[in-house]
Design a protein around this ligand. Sequence first.
Ligand code: M6R
Length: 608
Amino acid sequence: MCGIVGYVGESQAAPILLEGLAKLEYRGYDSAGIAVYDGVQVYMKKAMGRLKVLSELTHDGELMPGTIGIGHTRWATHGAPSDTNAHPHFNKDESIVVVHNGIIENYLKLKKRLTEKGYEFVSETDTEVIAHLLDYYYKGDPLEAITKVMHRMEGSYALGILFSDHPAELYAVRKDSPLIVGHTKDGSIIASDVPAVLRYTRDVVFIQNEEIVRLTKENMEFYNIDEEPIKKETTHIEWDVNAAEKGGYEHFMLKEMYEQPKAILDTFSPRIKDGQIVIEELGMSDEEIKSIKKIMIVACGSAYHVGMTAKYVYEGLARIPVEVDLASEFRYRDPIIEEGTLLLIISQSGETADSLAALREAQEKGARVLGIVNVVGSSIAREADNVMYTWAGPEIAVATTKAYTAQLIAQYLLAMKFAHVRGLLDDMGLAGMIEDLKKLPAQVEMLLNNKNRIQRFANRYLGAKDIFFIGRGIDHAISLEGSLKMKEISYVHSEAYAAGEMKHGTISLIEEGTLVTAVLTQEALYKKMISNMVEVRTRGAFVMSVTNVDNTEAERASDYVIYIPKTNKYFTNSLAIIPLQLFGYYVAVGRGCDVDKPRNLAKSVTVE
Ligand code: M6R
């Protein structure tokens, strides 16, 4: 939930730290800080607010000399956003300094013990406990102190640590929070995520749980929690550096929406070979696919909405019963996992704490887990029994668009594969679906190019207090995502409802002029949806509908209609979501919201 960066080498550290933090700001942006050491003094600067406040305070780092340092961008968990609670944190004589991403669950207990031993705390953070605990155990050997502290801490952490009496060494540690390290041309670097280091190196080492790294200008030495040296493999990052830049777009979100045709293509094309769907990474034989009795899908936020759509696709196409769970619920409900269950964890970041915990819970109960993950080498990708990557590329905007879209494609591919293997989809049916899949990138592009019309419509609703999204079946799942996009970036209250449920309570909220967005892409449900639209319209609602190009009937019950091109009935989500993403985006832009970094949110939710 926060971002950390560290550097040791020949260059001035502060500008490198600030630049790295700028690439990680999506992970947290309520305050930031850096500490730099010049061999004599540790300079520390922290500032509440966006990173640019810190950059200005330090003259882009120029005021902080030194060739070793650590930095942090924060999303507050323990203690409100403030200069004092911002990281880094010192021990009592300011000889040890720490940045932390994660949560120390037993910090209150540790804080009490340390207070009894005379340590004084200046912040409300759990991180300060780490600095004092290191101080308590430090007898001149950083590695020894770090491992002792690791044995005492419960929770999750990625840490960057400096010891002033080891001026040429930077230490980094990880447990359940992401951390990568690499060599630059004149030093070594650590970070929470790849974009922060791409400018300096493409060869990175993913640190695993309970591993420690000692970095110097020339070397990276890796240790386990027993202080034994270990060997690590380097991964070459193929991404285009520009993928993590705005490239002329006003916001990352807009850019990423425009990358959806490519994300769709990149996710399906390597998996279609000679007219067949080939998903090698699934690691399942046809016999095993035939013996799947149930699919359980576990995820959070938009990834959960993908699961909601996927339920209709798996059940409709492959006739496999599907249960969809929010990871935060699944992990505590003592789920029953029967033999023959395939469990899917869907996650863009691959680091979402609840999804990761759900994965572990499922594995403990004997489930076979397939991760559908975007970030290569992330925790979920590593811990799942098998991983199917969505090839959306790096997603920076907090509100997901292209990763969501790629997750949907992965679900379609799996459902088509399962249906075909189980004899429910013949060769001709499969070929027809593949053809429809291939048309999606161009269709999405066409919808994106209609953005001016949606912007004009959005401008009429900048003052809206409530917006409702209704649909049935798959269209309800689309509505859930449309509603989330609206509320998370524009701060306009919105709710998604299964259209048939409105009259069981929610319809009482409809009054003159309330905007209701109706999604109707399922032919079999057109009539039912139109009745629901009439119900709200007669009570004063303004109805905007999103429907298939041939459903002109919808105009009868709508004030404004957006048409999507014809596609397979299971793929409509991939098209109907585009105008809803654009709608949320333009309402947020029109209201002057910080689209890419909405208040109170962070891109990857690595805490519970
Ligand atoms: O990285 P994940 O896909 O596991 O993240 C899940 C949710 O946190 C994420 O989808 C969140 O809801 C986004 N803000 C939605 O735009």
